[in-house]
Design a protein around this ligand. Structure first.
Ligand SMILES: C[S@@+](CC[C@H](N)C(=O)[O-])C[C@H]1O[C@@H](n2cnc3c(N)ncnc32)[C@H](O)[C@@H]1O
Length: 367
């Protein structure tokens, strides 16, 4: 069987990856196009490993997804006079030719967009475009859908997280990083610790990869890194890493993840081996069975509120998002605590607006 994902129909894990990419693009565009106050006049959407545009069954790949998601925003882009640059790179000549053909056939719908399509090795494309995305007046959405692991090394990662108004998604073969962690040609890109690998269950390997990248974020820098684990039919574990300097970006990424995985918001498989059937009732409590991850989040949140580790809406919101949960999950806990008379009626705000400068926080009152 060919390893090239474009020589056969996309498999289930690729479809999940692309659906997160679509969903995130759908969430990202309005934030940067429809915001009341616009600090940028240029949007750069960059797909560094673009492929030909679709698979052999014509299922849209990332380039087609980007164009179709932009279509609905054309009136606003025009009325706000925003400049849009679409940068696509693909290394394989045959795929590059197909991509160029696809863009030639479709770009008349986007007459004011600037399209650049290149047929380069990632490093060269990245060096060419970095100065264009490293500008004060632009917002960037970057997609690095690499095969394997090697392109997002420490120095590329550091450069990406230093960019202003930039969200990114990259794909990484976490199982590969684990299997070959001792090889020099892997260690030079991703330095996973052997003892950590040995103590990490195979299903959780992508979490370890995310933690490695988290460790590269300079101390004190506000930056959010999300993850979604993907298991292929072969059993190999891959994943997406998401990055944003803004908590709203993280919230939106999490929403996309929870749509795909309503139990834990983090994988296309039963990552904690909870083995729960949808709607299954717990024999002991008589309630719908919850995944371990959710139980732990709920009990920790209650504990942190009662022991005053978390004292206001902003702290609760940030704790929730940085632990991979949505505000709706935190609200459920707060409602139950109100019902059980552990806290007074809470009227705080559990969304990213509570993190804006100058917004007063609302304290939670324990009874
Ligand atoms: C996982 S696929 C990307 C799929 C694409 N996002 C889509 O939705 O169809 C990775 C792509 O990167 C290309 N590629 C491989 N090595 C590359 C390199 N060194 N630089 C740039 N592209 C490369 C491959 O030909 C392949 O099309």
């Amino acid at each position: 069987m060919s390893k090239d994902i474009h020589e056969k129909p996309f498999d289930e894990a690729t479809l999940v990856k692309l659906s997160i990419f679509r969903d995130y693009t759908r969430e990202w565009l309005p934030v940067f196009i429809a915001a009341k106050q616009i600090y940028w006049n240029t949007l750069n959407i960059v797909d560094f490993f673009a492929g030909p545009g679709n698979d052999i069954k014509n299922t849209p790949g990332s380039p087609q997804i980007i164009l179709s998601e932009l279509t609905t925003h054309l009136p606003l882009i025009r009325s706000k006079n925003l400049k849009v640059n679409i940068y696509f790179n693909e290394f394989k000549k045959k795929k590059y030719d197909e991509l160029v053909k696809f863009i030639e056939e479709n770009k008349k719908e986007f007459p004011e967009f600037n399209f650049e399509i290149t047929n380069l090795d990632f490093k060269v494309a990245y060096q060419n475009w970095y100065p264009k995305i490293n500008k004060k007046d632009c917002a960037n959405l970057l997609f690095f859908d690499q095969n394997g692991i090697k392109h997002i090394d420490e120095s590329v990662f550091q450069q990406i997280i230093a960019l202003k108004s930039t969200d990114f998604l990259f794909f990484v073969s976490s199982a590969h990083a684990r299997r070959f962690s001792e090889h020099e040609n892997i260690k030079q890109y991703l330095k996973l610790n052997k003892a950590d690998i040995d103590s990490t269950p195979y299903y959780h390997i992508h979490k370890l990869v995310q933690e490695y990248y988290k460790g590269l974020i300079p101390k004190g820098k506000e930056y959010y890194l999300g993850r979604f684990s993907l298991r292929k039919d072969s059993g190999n574990i891959y994943g997406l890493i998401f990055g944003s300097g803004h908590v709203l970006g993280m919230e939106k990424f999490l929403k996309s993840c929870w749509k795909i995985d309503p139990e834990r918001g983090e994988a296309n498989y039963d990552i904690d081996k909870d083995a729960i059937m949808p709607g299954q009732i717990d024999m002991f409590t008589g309630e719908v069975k919850k995944p371990k991850k959710k139980e732990i989040f709920e009990s920790n949140l209650e504990k942190y509120i009662l022991d005053k580790t978390l004292t206001n809406d902003k702290q609760i919101y940030l704790h929730t998002v940085t632990n991979g949960f949505l505000a709706s999950h935190a609200s459920e806990v707060l409602k139950k605590m109100q019902k059980d008379k552990k806290i007074k009626i809470f009227k705080g705000t559990l969304n990213s607006s509570v993190c804006k400068k100058g917004i007063a926080t609302i304290s939670i009152e324990i009874i």
